[in-house]
Design a protein around this ligand. Structure first.
Ligand SMILES: [Zn+2]
Length: 306
């Protein structure tokens, strides 16, 4: 997820193209349509006044400017389902080891406003909900989007049952960084080796010391060297290695992991969608090596409502 260059320029067609790329890959996957996220789950993390503004499609212009697009009734319905998608991915991950939400990863959304193409913070909302209803005791949120997960960090700040790890380009949006449980700020142009080195110096250590029982993974592909809004220099192989590393480290400890799509930007949305699809498949393949069953990995998928 990333800052808006102009009002209303966000490319919603990416989400449908991700589904097309997944289907065309030939990889065996199961699609699921999630239910909408209950309003109370959103209000448990976001300011109820802001939730009301979104539900009434009546978000003040200044907040819409921060979000990057007008919050219409269709957008409201869409974000309720994309937040529900992260919930469904979590449930499926508990069953199968790994599952993906083919949307969301809305890590810039804050307590009383959305920001940077994010309306509600599905990662924070669902981490909170998993703990609230006893499905998890300690949740780790691994954010590998090129932008800092500032919304997630601020929404989960001060909690000892949620750990936020953000690897991001130091000089990228947001200019004013929040404080994650651990921030790994990367220099412009960081390549595959530099990125994997930073990841391997942090993730295993956090998994061992924090001891989560559930992991969310914001798997943004805007770390790619050709991304319009990224400042890093990962190749396709580097992103796949990143995804394999994250899933392997989590799964070899016997923990479930659910991913959300995150950012990825380009003038032509098709190669971006293909990067997302390859990322999910890399995660699913890594999970298969740890699964006792030979059943196909599940993807929680929802096509764009817009
Ligand atoms: Zn991003």
């Amino acid at each position: 997820m990333a800052p808006p260059p102009d009002r209303g320029t966000f490319r919603f067609d990416k989400y449908m193209l991700v589904m097309i790329a997944l289907r065309e890959s030939g990889y065996p996957l199961t699609e699921h349509a999630p239910p909408p996220c209950p309003r109370e789950w959103l209000e448990a993390v976001h300011d109820p006044t802001y939730v009301e503004e979104v539900f009434g499609a009546n978000v003040p212009r200044e907040k819409e400017r921060r979000i990057g697009f007008p919050v219409t009734e269709r957008i409201r319905d869409r974000v309720r389902h994309t937040n529900g998608g992260t919930w469904l991915a979590a449930r499926l991950a508990m069953e199968h080891g790994y599952a993906a939400n083919s949307a969301a990863g809305s890590h810039h959304a804050l307590h009383d406003t959305g920001a940077g193409y994010c309306v509600f913070n599905d990662l924070a909302v669902n981490a909170n909900r998993l703990i609230a209803q006893g499905d998890a005791q300690r949740v780790l949120i691994v954010d590998c989007d090129v932008h800092q997960g500032d919304g997630t960090a601020s929404l989960m700040a001060g909690r000892d049952d949620v750990f936020t790890l953000s690897l991001h380009a130091e000089k990228n949006f947001p200019a004013q960084k929040a404080r994650s449980s651990r921030d790994v700020a990367l220099a412009d142009g960081t390549d595959d080796d530099g990125y994997l080195d930073a990841l391997s110096r942090n993730l295993p250590d956090i998994l061992d010391s924090f001891s989560p029982d559930f992991v969310f993974y914001q798997a943004g592909v805007d770390v790619h060297y050709n991304d319009k809004l990224g400042r890093l220099a990962l190749t396709n192989e580097g992103i796949a290695a990143r995804d394999r590393f994250v899933v392997n480290e989590v799964r070899r400890r016997g923990l479930p992991i659910a991913s959300a799509l995150g950012g990825g930007y380009g003038r032509d949305p098709r190669p971006v969608a293909e990067r997302h699809a390859r990322s999910m498949i890399a995660c699913a393949e890594a999970n298969m090596r740890h699964s006792r069953s030979s059943s196909v990995s599940e993807f929680s998928a929802r096509e764009s409502a817009t």
